[in-house]
Every structure is written in structure tokens, then in C-alpha cells.
Design a protein around this ligand. Structure first.
Ligand code: URA
Length: 200
């Protein structure tokens, strides 16, 4: 069994938060174990909670289209969320839930060692771009410790707002050149101890 599959079992057993008891299925993440790009969303919604897979509802279908617009599919990338259990009623994740769940995302990043991390929405952005506003930094990237971090709007927000939709589609188109840049960084895959995230 791969280290990532073992991690999924640990995540499945986690009951640190109330939502560990109210969720239907845990949604650890999925995709290529050696993906160069990792997309990080917010939290599972109803569809994800039913299937145990990230981004499989309307926002996920839109994410698939966005990936296709740059000739990628979900088997070539890794997709995870900031929190792994569905908040009831699709409420926003609580700070405690984000803190409790963070160890799982840390471990996923350590195991997958992506070269490009794309944050989807403000909760994910806040972990890597602390104190920033998504309306200001979407479509911009920062290189730290040989990883490129890139902030985008959340597909669910962009789906229903024309101006955000144009922005997310334009931001997606910048990914191929960022990926090429990230892949060209010598020893772009950092050792786990080099990874840094910020408190939110
Ligand atoms: N929204 C997210 O942030 N993640 C999902 O998995 C689905 C919708």
C-alpha cells in the first residue's frame, strides 16, 4: 500500500472535529501521487460527501472544464481540500476545523511534493498567502522554497458570477507557463522539512 493510501486510512479514522461524526464520507483528495500540480479547494460539499471524492459536483465539473482548457485532466494533477469533512449545510470551515485538518494537507504535500500549488478560493489562499485578499492577488504567483504558489478564485464562486468567471478562465491560462517555470527549477521537489505554511 502506498504511503498516500495509508494516509487516507488515517484521515478516515480522524474524529478531531464534530464534522467527523456528521459527514457521510471523508474526502481526502485524489489524483496522481507524483503530480507536479496540486489544486487545493476549500471543503467537500454535498456531492463530494456522497462520493468521497473532491470536486465532483457542479464546481468540480467546471474545474474539469478549466483543466481541459489547458489540456490537463484530473488524472494528471492532484486535487485536495483544506478540510476533509463536509461542514453541515455547506457552511464555511471553522478556524478550529482548519487547524485540526492542516496536518493532513501538510502530509499530502510532503508525499506528493508538487512543484506548483494552486489555491482555489480564499480559505486555501489564506494558508499560503497570509493576510492577502483574493481579489487583489488572484492570478499572481510566488516562489518559495522551490515551489510556486498560485492563487485563483474558487470555481464555485466563478461559476455564477460573470466577472469572476472571466478572471478564473484567464488565470487558468497562465498555469502552463508557470508549470514550465516550476518544472525548470533545479531540485524543485523540496525535502519535507523545507515546507512552510502559515497559521490562519
Ligand atoms: N468545493 C471545494 O472547495 N471542494 C470540493 O471538493 C468541492 C467543492
Amino acid at each position: 500500500m502506498s504511503a498516500l493510501s495509508e494516509l487516507y486510512q488515517e484521515i478516515e479514522r480522524c474524529r478531531r472535529c464534530e464534522i467527523g461524526y456528521t459527514r457521510n464520507k471523508v474526502v481526502p483528495g485524489e489524483g496522481a501521487e507524483d503530480a507536479d500540480i496540486m489544486f487545493i479547494g476549500e471543503a467537500p460539499g454535498w456531492h463530494e460527501d456522497q462520493q468521497g471524492r473532491p470536486f465532483v459536483g457542479p464546481a468540480g465539473q467546471y474545474l474539469d472544464q478549466l483543466l481541459a482548457s489547458i489540456n490537463l485532466n484530473r488524472q494528471q494533477v492532484y486535487i485536495a481540500n483544506v478540510i476533509k469533512c463536509r461542514p453541515p449545510g455547506n457552511r464555511d470551515p471553522l478556524p478550529l476545523e482548519i487547524r485540526n485538518c492542516r496536518q493532513w494537507l501538510d502530509r499530502q504535500i510532503e508525499l506528493i511534493r508538487p512543484k506548483l500549488i494552486v489555491t482555489l478560493g480564499r480559505y486555501s489562499m489564506a494558508m499560503f498567502f497570509p493576510g492577502k485578499s483574493i481579489s487583489k492577488i488572484h492570478g499572481t504567483a510566488q516562489k518559495r522554497d522551490n515551489i510556486i504558489y498560485y492563487a485563483m478564485y474558487h470555481p464555485a464562486a466563478a461559476l455564477h458570477q460573470q466577472s469572476l468567471r472571466q478572471a478564473i478562465e484567464a488565470d487558468m491560462k497562465k498555469i502552463p507557463s508557470l508549470l514550465a517555470e516550476a518544472q525548470a527549477i533545479p531540485q524543485a521537489k523540496p525535502e519535507p522539512q523545507q515546507l512552510k505554511m502559515f497559521e490562519v
